[in-house]
Design a protein around this ligand. Structure first.
Ligand SMILES: Cc1cc2nc3c(=O)[nH]c(=O)nc-3n(C[C@H](O)[C@H](O)[C@H](O)COP(=O)(O)OP(=O)(O)OC[C@H]3O[C@@H](n4cnc5c(N)ncnc54)[C@H](O)[C@@H]3O)c2cc1C
Ligand code: SF4
Ligand code: SF4
Length: 1023
């Protein structure tokens, strides 16, 4: 993924008012920084904040790096490595930082290739190859290849957030490894920077050539010499030590190297696959491609328990599926209890399902796909009786016992998506715990040959029970690689011991069953020490020899994959950093971890461990670094605009936790921290919905800002925005004078100078007659006795004073649906403006006023309706944070306008005369966050419109954010994603329920402000 500005959008940094490009606290090694800055084009960041932001990946570990560089080219990478080698400073290449074993953190200079080195240099459809820089995400690469019906076949689940360099570093693969194998099979050649800064190319060489290259000077000769020796001398040792397994990414890729050698040549580029940045830094690679399959089809098999399912895998594999994925009872039960997945479990699975296998086939056409699924069901399930129990009768392809008691199939894309959604339900459920004990990754991808799965899983369950914990078992059953994340509290000494004991036991288990300690996620900090036990001392030493040949000073990601174990003496002349990392060291949460609340949270936190639990919830997966093109969703617009770790939810969550645990020497309420870390969060709530753990950064930010106001006071501008309803009421009262003043020549410059409102923005125009004035005169048109329902229409500030047509349209539509409408004169503004600026007390006061005013009528059967989505969500969701259970009577009965029409099917009572138009619909991020945005599309369609609903995120205006001078450029950069989506839509007109979104879209030169959907509904009413 390129960032927006890389792809032609505005660069938020080009606005010299923009403050997103933070300073990041003190810089420890200024001379080091200056020297690197002299040598490279990319940025160099050794400040405290940046170093902390790169101290974690998606693993349980935390190690603060020396600093971070963002190279723009191979030459930059070479210059960094060269200089670091001179100084004896370790270097760590990094991509998306989504590694789960800790291999993307180290005390080293981090070379983040994901920011700038993301070019796809060429695609050769005929030869089925592509060449790209290592910072390109697999999602972006595949997007480009889709035009040719080709793809980079290994499909790690996080491929749209992780990059090619990381896939090579980890030898990544995904659910379809049965078909495609791992990344190593697709690397043709690569450009790499060696440990001394030399740039070289690795690719296929004959054994003769390999031996002759051993005579070359310097590091290259040493590397070829070591590989030649391995090929000549270590074949037997490696063959004996390496498991015969589709999935094994532990240690170096010696089994592939030596099996290739049997055919007379080796591909040295492939040896780098899975080396986790310890042998060389790859900068570009040519990869081979696979055709996109014509058709996919799925079967979902139900078993009474997990062991039955595991026992059935070998028989299923005889059908040559592309994927066989498992979900156990632990996850199914958790999924059944969630709002998001509960219905899916109910609809898809018979009551006594204890485990499911999802089996996918690739086929050349639909009939073939159907036939393959039918064969599987006939073989593994047979016909299913009315009681859902398998009946015998179908021809069996194998002699294996029939285990599945229920089977079903999916061929249409929407159905297949439902099956896969069920399979993917595991992660969010497991990772949503805010307790001290967490489902951490350290044995989560152990793998065994599929024929051993049943016995292995049974013993694994015993191992966990013996260690007083449990885990779920899910994911890639086909190749024998299960995801197992035990619940462990590493904040206690006992928890750390438990973790080590489980890892030790798991290593014994996989060794017994011919498996590996890592079938997918690599060694890193969690597994390196177990490679010695897995492979034995001889191969452990062979690994070391290879490492020393590539990197004699152990400068590249030292201590990982191999090294000197705790009981081995590091020979003289070998640096201490050659010590293999200890899996219990450098844990993010360890027994010394302390969390200090420097302020009292002002809102309700009903999750376990409250505010602290939420601060510690982010597990670093990097999901918030997903681009709109492939991930969709709302999270995280600021990262999508700026491409900076500090602007992703992960960056903010890490920095906040580190500030509160003392790792970052900053008080989270200090101006610097708020400005540099919290300020750019636009409070869109995207993370509360899209993050697998539901990290609610918008709410955390409100708490921090509130505490900061308490301690240090708030700016005039913040106070003005927080009280925008008072200003607007005066603006309306004084119109048209107020409008004339706001538009007088020079007023824009003055507004920017005096209060920091961007001069590019036009201020709202106030209407002398507010909506409330209009309604007070007009009154309701439907009598309560004749009404289908009774609605309290609560006006929001913007529409009341500046755009009353929207509220008037709402009245017309509601009344056409036989709703009696009243506008409560004892309610006040929702408090959204105050809440979004961190004035929690003001927001709470508003919430209290509204709940007190409305709850009596709500108890009498009235509904509360709002046209502005952010206000509706304030009532529905934020009031609960502010008032706890007191909010429930009103919150439970508050609706956005279209949600109200849809939920009670009120629009079906209306005689619509909708026209021929196609409307492009942009929903509001707050409503998306609470899953209430979909209603408008259904209502508009039933009113006769064709609708193109955009998979859009935040518009970038975000209340007052886009008005603020220093945020204008960021607001535009975020908005551009939406602008492009609108440009690509075939709609005749745009509709958007959010007032901010309409302002953002209407502020563009040559564009009119879109309508609120209710205005188009009003247009479609019969006269
Ligand atoms: C939710 C989730 C699901 C996942 N699912 C899968 C899955 O299905 N399959 C799978 O294989 N993995 C999976 N992973 C792990 C991880 O996402 C992948 O291994 C991914 O390919 C790593 O890419 P990255 O860009 O994040 O690399 P990073 O984490 O940044 O780096 C990975 C390793 O590669 C090294 N490296 C990075 N760039 C280079 C370079 N240019 N040259 C040499 N070495 C380099 C790093 O030093 C590090 O050791 C998952 C992770 C998460 C959080
Ligand atoms: S905020 Fe959520 S999506 Fe982002 S890294 Fe943390 S857990 Fe993952
Ligand atoms: S609230 Fe929005 S901008 Fe803030 S971290 Fe979450 S997704 Fe990003």
């Amino acid at each position: 993924m390129g960032t927006r500005h890389d792809r032609g959008g505005p660069d938020p940094a080009t606005d010299d008012r923009a403050d997103y490009d933070y300073e990041g606290g003190s810089v420890e090694r200024p001379a080091f920084v200056a020297a690197l800055e002299d040598r490279i084009d990319g940025a160099v960041r050794f400040d405290e904040y940046t170093r902390q932001l790169y101290a974690t990946d998606a693993s349980a570990y935390e190690v603060v790096p020396t600093g971070v560089v963002y190279p723009t080219s191979t030459a930059d990478v070479a210059a960094v490595v060269d200089y670091c080698a001179e100084r004896g400073t370790p270097v760590l290449p990094r991509g998306g930082g989504t590694s789960l074993a800790g291999q993307a953190v180290n005390e080293a200079v981090v070379v983040d290739c994901s920011r700038h080195m993301d070019a796809i240099q060429s695609v050769d459809p005929a030869g089925r190859t592509a060449r790209a820089q290592v910072g390109v995400t697999l999602g972006a690469l595949n997007d480009r290849l889709a035009d040719h019906d080709l793809k980079f076949a290994p499909d790690p689940a996080w491929g749209d957030k992780s990059v090619l360099g990381g896939a090579i570093g980890n030898n990544s693969t995904g659910a379809h490894s049965l078909k495609y194998g791992k990344t190593d099979a697709y690397i043709e050649d690569c450009e790499a920077v060696l440990a001394d800064g030399t740039v070289t190319t690795f690719g296929e060489v004959t054994l003769d050539e390999l031996r002759s290259r051993a005579d070359r000077d310097g590091l290259e000769g040493q590397i070829y010499g070591a590989i030649a020796r391995l090929v000549d001398d270590e074949h037997e040792a490696v063959a004996a030590a390496f498991p015969d397994l589709k999935r094994n990414v532990s240690g170096y890729n010696l089994d592939r190297l030596l099996s290739e050698a049997e055919d007379g040549s080796v591909n040295v580029a492939r040896l780098l696959a899975g080396s986790e940045g310890t042998l060389a830094i790859v900068t570009e690679a040519t990869v081979s491609l696979e055709p996109v399959p014509e058709t996919k089809s799925l079967a979902l098999l139900s078993y009474h328990d997990l062991i039955d399912a595991m026992a059935d895998v070998p028989a299923i594999l005889e059908h040559d599926p592309a994927a066989v994925e498992v979900l156990d009872d632990v996850l199914l039960e958790l999924a059944a209890d969630t709002e998001e997945f509960g219905d899916l479990v109910d609809q898809l699975l018979p009551a006594d399902t204890g485990a499911v296998l999802l089996v996918e086939f690739y086929a050349e056409n639909d009939p073939q796909g159907k036939e393959r699924v039918a064969d599987l069901l006939a073989d593994r399930v047979g016909s299913v009786g009315t009681d859902g129990v398998a009946q015998s009768g179908a021809d069996s392809l194998t002699d294996a016992p029939r285990e599945a008691f229920h089977g079903q199939e999916a061929h249409e894309e929407s159905e297949r998506k439902r099956f896969w959604k069920l399979r993917k339900s595991g992660l969010p459920i497991l990772l949503g715990r805010t307790s001290d004990a967490k489902h951490i990754s350290f044995i989560e991808d152990t793998a065994v040959p599929p024929e051993n799965l049943a016995d292995y899983v049974a013993e694994f369950q015993e191992l966990l029970a013996d260690n007083d914990t449990f885990a779920s078992f899910y994911a890639h059953a086909g190749p024998g690689c299960l995801h197992i994340r035990p619940l462990v509290n590493t904040k206690t000494v006992e928890g750390v011991e438990q973790m080590a004991a489980i890892a030790d036991g798991a290593t014994d288990l996989v060794t017994t069953y011919g498996g590996s300690v890592s079938g997918e996620h690599g060694d890193g900090r969690a597994r390196t020490q177990w490679n010695r036990k897995l492979y034995g001392q001889d191969v452990w030493e062979v690994f070391r020899e290879l490492k020393a040949a590539f990197d004699p000073e152990w400068l590249l990601n030292p201590g990982q994959v191999c090294g000197y174990a705790a009981d081995e003496t590091i020979p003289e002349g070998v640096p201490a950093r050659a010590r293999a990392v200890d899996m219990t060291a450098d844990l993010r949460f360890d027994p010394d971890y302390e969390f200090e609340m420097s302020f009292e949270p002002a809102m309700e936190w009903d999750n376990e461990n409250g505010f602290q639990g939420m601060v510690e919830l982010c597990h670093g997966c990097g999901g918030c670094r997903g681009p709109q093109e492939t991930t969709g969703g709302v999270m995280c617009p600021t990262y999508r605009a700026a491409g900076e770790e500090s602007t992703a939810t992960r960056g903010r969550a890490n920095a906040l936790r580190q500030a509160m645990s003392g790792d970052l020497p900053a008080d989270p309420t200090d101006e610097t921290f708020v400005d540099e870390i919290m300020d750019l969060c636009i409070g869109c709530k995207g993370c509360a919905k899209d993050c697998p753990s539901e990290v609610d950064m918008a709410k955390l930010k409100t708490e921090v800002e509130h505490a900061s106001h308490q301690e240090h006071g708030a700016s005039l501008r913040s106070k003005l925005f927080a009280h925008v309803e008072t200003l607007s009421a005066w603006g309306s009262r004084l119109a048209p004078l107020s409008n004339w003043l706001a538009r007088a020549p020079g007023s824009d410059v003055l507004a920017e100078r005096l209060v920091g409102i961007a001069s590019e923005r036009s201020l709202p125009t106030f209407r002398r007659e507010s909506f409330e004035d209009w309604f007070a005169q007009r009154g309701p048109a439907v009598d309560p006795e004749d009404a289908q329902r009774r609605a309290l229409l609560v006006p929001d500030t913007y529409n009341n004073y500046s755009n009353p047509d929207v509220l008037r349209a709402a009245v017309r539509v509601l009344e056409a649906a036989d709703v009696h409408v009243a506008v409560p004169d004892d309610a006040t503004s929702s408090g959204r403006a105050a809440h979004s600026k961190g004035f929690v007390d003001v927001a709470r006061e508003r919430a209290r006023t509204n709940v007190d005013a409305l709850e009596g009528r709500v108890a009498d059967g009235w509904d509360v309706v709002l046209v502005e989505p952010s206000d509706a969500v304030m009532f529905q969701s934020d009031y609960r944070d502010l008032l706890g259970s007191d909010a429930a009577p009103v919150a439970d009965n508050a609706y956005g306008l279209c949600e109200y029409l849809d939920r009670f099917r009120l629009d079906e009572r209306v005689d619509w005369t909708g026209g021929e138009e196609t409307l492009t619909y942009h929903g509001h991020c707050h409503q998306k966050a609470v899953s209430r945005d979909h209603h408008a599309v259904g209502v508009l369609r039933r009113a006769g419109y064709a609708v193109d609903p955009l998979d859009s995120g935040c518009c970038g205006m975000a209340g007052s954010f886009g008005y603020e001078a220093e945020h204008y450029s960021m607001s535009q950069a975020i908005g551009r994603i939406l602008f492009d989506q609108i440009a690509d839509s075939d709609g005749d007109a745009v509709v958007a329920p959010g007032a901010s979104c309409r302002t953002q879209l209407g502020d563009r030169r040559g564009h009119e402000s879109p309508s609120h959907p209710v205005e188009r509904l009003a247009d479609a009413l019969a006269d």
